[in-house]
Design a protein around this ligand. Sequence first.
Ligand SMILES: [Zn+2]
Length: 182
Amino acid sequence: MSTTKKYSDLYSENFKDYFGNHKEVLTEIELNTDEYSINVDKIIEKLGISVEETFFDSHSGKYDADNHTMYINILESEQRQRFTKSHELGHFIFKHEGISEREQAPVANAKERAANQFAAELLMPPKLIVKAIEKMSADFSMTWEELDTLSDEIIISYLAEKLKVSRSAMKFRLMNLGVLSS
Ligand SMILES: [Zn+2]
């Protein structure tokens, strides 16, 4: 009884264009009615990228373009690992060459920033956020106007849990989309 939607229905044409000749991957994966998070592992698998789980002291992950392999720090939270995988996927999508290391601290490097922006757009497309807000409205028995009276922290926590991202990533995304102003 659950209906499905293709991943390609979630994203803008501009975003899908990043995928170039890999765009069909987004039409091959479906989002079930009761799903609120992007299955980044499935996207990575379909693109033929290898994932190595490793331990890093000071990195979240690394992408080696020559071997189409990403290295993910499994000492970090699942939400953080999902963001790192999406970030490393960004290096693949943007055809960044060589080895890119993802520092835990914020970076100013243009390629790293592009990969971060890609990850945010991949994991938190506006249509998926809207779907989660509709679910929140149903769960809380509140209209959208009534949800607006809740604290930002409650809304951020709920949406972060639904989309399986960190609260800081969700907060930053909502601010970027103009949903939150502070
Ligand atoms: Zn990177």
